[in-house]
Design a protein around this ligand. Structure first.
Ligand code: KIV
Length: 256
């Protein structure tokens, strides 16, 4: 519960930094960097499972990865992403959110404006991160939402609803910068942007995207802070060469 206050405290003062993780070793690395939150996103449907979207991710998948991340992240709060159909009713949402906490999450993220589910969870003292704008669980194609005035108005109203419900933060995904700025200025809840411009209270990226592992997925908002695709290929090429010419294993890496 403590971490929610810290996230709220940062609004307008310090930027909030969030990254996704899906396994123990990446969680260990992120845990040592001092980021604010680790999100076990249902983006694992694409990143880990190789699907085109998040629509086939199950509770079992999510709990498996939350458990792995919880083994690695000893200090960083973990948010588990509630997958499609996991919170169609308040009862189901509550039952599944409790499973997330049991698996090691500190809170859950819920896509969309679901007042009954969100208030049931908050009533039960489960920290909830909201998510408005482009909603991958519902979208047919991934593109910027809120360019049309009526769409922008709906997203704005959804954000105000989530703010009233008491989520501890909300993701704004793929919306124009001006709309994200308006939301951020009107809500007391910290906003965490992904493809929503610089005025959000924090930013989140999918770890594999920002590390440059996946060269096929490059929406405008993704900045690659590393070129792990090249690093991995260079290392594997060196390994292949050294094994081929008998240079590896050498004395240093051999038991006697
Ligand atoms: O699933 C996910 O990783 C997410 C982030 C992109 C916000 O929802």
């Amino acid at each position: 519960m403590e971490f929610q206050h810290e996230i709220r405290r940062k609004k307008g003062k310090e930027k909030i930094i969030v990254l996704t993780a899906y396994d123990c070793q990446m969680a260990e690395v992120l845990d040592e960097t001092g980021i604010d939150l680790i999100l076990v996103g249902d983006s694992l449907g694409m990143v880990v499972q190789g699907h085109n979207d998040t629509k086939s991710v199950t509770m079992m998948d999510m709990l498996y990865h939350v458990k792995a991340v919880a083994k690695g992240a000893k200090n960083t709060p973990i948010i588990g992403d509630m997958p499609i159909n996991s919170c169609n009713t308040a009862e189901k949402g509550l039952r599944n959110a409790e499973q997330f906490l049991k698996a090691g999450a500190d809170g859950v993220k819920i896509e969309g404006n679901r007042p009954k589910v969100i208030s049931a969870l908050i009533e039960a003292e489960i920290p909830v991160m909201g998510h408005v704008g482009m909603l991958p669980q519902m979208a047919e194609t991934y593109h910027v939402k809120g360019k049309k005035p009526e769409e922008a108005e709906e997203i704005f109203r959804d954000a105000l609803d989530l703010d009233r419900l008491g989520v501890f933060s909300m993701v704004l995904e793929c919306i124009p910068e001006n709309l994200a700025r308006k939301i951020t200025d009107h809500v007391k809840t910290p906003t965490i942007g992904i493809g929503a411009g610089k005025y959000c209270d924090g930013q989140v990226l999918v770890i594999n995207d920002m590390l440059g592992l996946n060269l096929k997925f490059k929406p405008k908002y993704v900045k690659r802070y590393a070129d792990l695709n090249k690093v991995v290929k260079d290392a594997v090429t060196s390994f292949m060469k050294e094994v081929s010419v008998g240079k590896y294993p050498d004395e240093e890496h051999t038991y006697h």
